[in-house]
Write a protein of this length. Sequence first.
Length: 255
Amino acid sequence: MSPTQPHTAMPRALRDMAAVVLDTDGVITDSARLHAAAWKTAFDACLRDHPPADPAQRRPFDVREDYLRYVDGKSRIDGAAAFLESRGLRLPGAQVQEVAGNKERLFTARLREHGVDAYPGTVRLLRTLRSARVPLAAASASRHARELLEHAGVLDFFDALVDGGEAARLHLPGKPDPALFLEAARRLGVPASRTAVVEDALAGVEAGRRGGFGLVVGVDRTRTPQTRAELLKHGADVVVRDLAELLTDSDRPKG
C-alpha cells in the first residue's frame, strides 16, 4: 500500500495523515522520568559547586517544570546550557559538557538498573497504525533511543529511526529546529504536510509546527492545565493525556 492510499483502519483523528513520526522519551517509552532524575542529580551538584549570584536562582532543579521547559526534547549539551543559563550561569563549554556527561552516566546506570516500559496506550495506537499499514518513524535527540525501544519491545513497529547518533552524523540542528522530524519523514517517503508528529516536549511541538507537519499532537503526561496550555502555545494542534485517546475520542475539536 502506498502512503497516499486510504487507510480503512486509520484512527479518525489521523485520517488525513499518511505517516506518523513519534518522539521516544515520554511519548513511546516511560523514560522521561529516568532522564529527569539523572538531570536533577547532575544539575543540583553543579548548582552546589557553582552557586548563582542570586540566592533565588540556587533552588534545586525541578523534575517537572525545569525539565519540560529547558531540557526535554533537546540534545544533552543544548539542554544543559539552556537550564544553566536560566539560572544565570554561563559556564565554559568544558564545564557544560561535564554536566551533560555526568547526566549521561547517571541515566545509563538507571536504565541498566531499572529498565523501561512502553506506555500501554501508545502500544495500542502503534498496533492500530501498523494494522492500517501506516509508515511509522521514531525520532529522538537521545543516543539511547534504539536501546530504549528494544528494552520496551516496540522497535519492530517502526520503519525508520532517527536518533541522537544519526542527528550528530548528519549534523542536524536540535529542536525546536524541525530537522530531526523532517529527516524521519524523508526516510518514510512522505511529505511533512501529510505526516503527523507526536511529541510531549515544548521544543518538540514547536519543531513540528516549524516543519509544516500536517498535524502536531502534544502529549501531556503531567495532566495539568498549565502544561496543556504551553503545548498548545508552542504549536500543538491537539493535546491528549494518553495516545489511546486518539483511538476513542478522535472527533473532538482541535485543542
